[in-house]
Design a protein around this ligand. Sequence first.
Ligand code: NAP
Length: 503
Amino acid sequence: MSTTSTTVRYLNHINGEWVTAAREEYKDNINPATGEILGHVIQSAPEDVDRAVQAAKAAHKSWRLVPAPERGEYLYRIGQLLKERKEQLARTLTQEMGKVLVEARGEVQEAIDMAFFMAGEGRRLAGQTVPAELPDKHAMSVRAPVGVVGIITPWNFPIAIATWKMFPAIVSGNTVVWKPASDTPAMACEMMKIIEEAGLPKGVVNLVYGSGGTVGNALVEHPDVNVISFTGSSEVGRTIAAKGGQLLKKVSLEMGGKNAIIIMDDADLQLALDGVLWSAFGTTGQRCTACSRLIVHRSVQQEVERELVRRAQALTLGNGLDEHVDVGPVINRSALEQIDKYVQIGQEEGATLLSGGQIAKGELLSKGYFYHPTIFTNVSPTMRIAQEEIFGPVLSIIPVDSFEEAIEVNNAVAYGLSSAIYTNNVNRVFRAMRDLDTGLVYINAGTIGAEIHLPFGGTKHTGNGHRDSGLAALDVFTEWKSIYVDYSGKLQRAQIDNHPKDK
Ligand code: NAP
């Protein structure tokens, strides 16, 4: 980063140095609540990606040999620095991305938790030791680092998601080239400053700014990048998967969602309404786990709708730095237009607009990108607003007549990230745990609330079988190596010498 009295310039960080790119082109970083320009971010070219990959490749030679507990020590230091700077980081996050301060603090806490969790893995990284079938032979499996990891992250959780990928990658002996989202360069810069201060050896983590089409694509296609870990839209994920497939590259994808909350007739309605409001309008609906469908039993539909509209209309929109604000802006103008377009689509499809449905106006709100929390009802499960990810504060209510129908509607989308059910019937709880086909399932809680020590990710078009977070993340960044040590001093043939004469 370089700073003058009037401008902040976000630069690449390659091999331990802040550096400009092959061409000196910059893009503005804009505060979505105020329209203010926060700084200018360098736009890199494929040659800058190559430079970062070569640095990571060179650093990998020695980093992979650093004992894993020592690699973990760096993460403890990073975790400590994140903790000390939590408030400052949260404020930067709110300014740059728009989420309200209380949520920004939560996101930074997630990064802290991930640092300490993965630091501990430095002393575990467990494989298996099993008995061998032949005498004087030892059999075990160990995790081996994969090499250079390319990390591509979205803007909605600019620091947490980066740490979900970066920390397991480095504790298991890989080196990293990170391309953050174009809309959130400041958080990437803050993270790199912390990494530098924690004393991580040069080249272990490298940061390259620039557009997805140029920098992200160059990372995916680079022959020396062994793994790509991506979080973002299913549309972009699909193109990355196709390229990774051609190159026989390991690709881990965490993508979109169309998450639902089910409210059954026996639910605690006040509890359910708290969960719906938080899951649908928290982070202005811009979470991959946001609830965008409410599947409600017809016998409680009217009561739920009445109360939900009342509560949604009482939410305060504004700059997330103001502690009284409930809902911040959406990320940029094109997101605002996209949300508005889906609201028109919903009306054309015949859904009933109960609340919101408009870009927010007013002296302060007009400077930023604000959308009124929006609720549609009498939505049918096949409508586009019930099938496609809108990624904004828009909730579609789908009435159903039975538990079985609720499960069927929940599962009848292309995505499979998160689902939730409110019911006090224990049999329904266990059936839902079995039958909801998402990677995350919540009982009597909203679709949001994952903790960093369990796997995070989804089924169907949300993922490709890998997971971020928890110990499952280590599988993305390591290869299993099975090792046999024969100390018999003679040739021993597995499956043959121990079955000399089949009877
Ligand atoms: P996006 O447009 O897919 O972008 C994600 C990242 O990919 C950004 O860094 C982007 O760069 C980059 N990118 C774009 N085109 C690329 C290409 N052709 N090759 C390589 N990289 C490319 O998604 P987003 O708008 O940032 O984030 C919102 C999406 O992320 C939603 O769909 C949400 O559900 C999903 N998400 C999923 C999870 C999960 O864990 N399942 C978590 C959070 C978010 P630029 O910024 O420069 O375009």
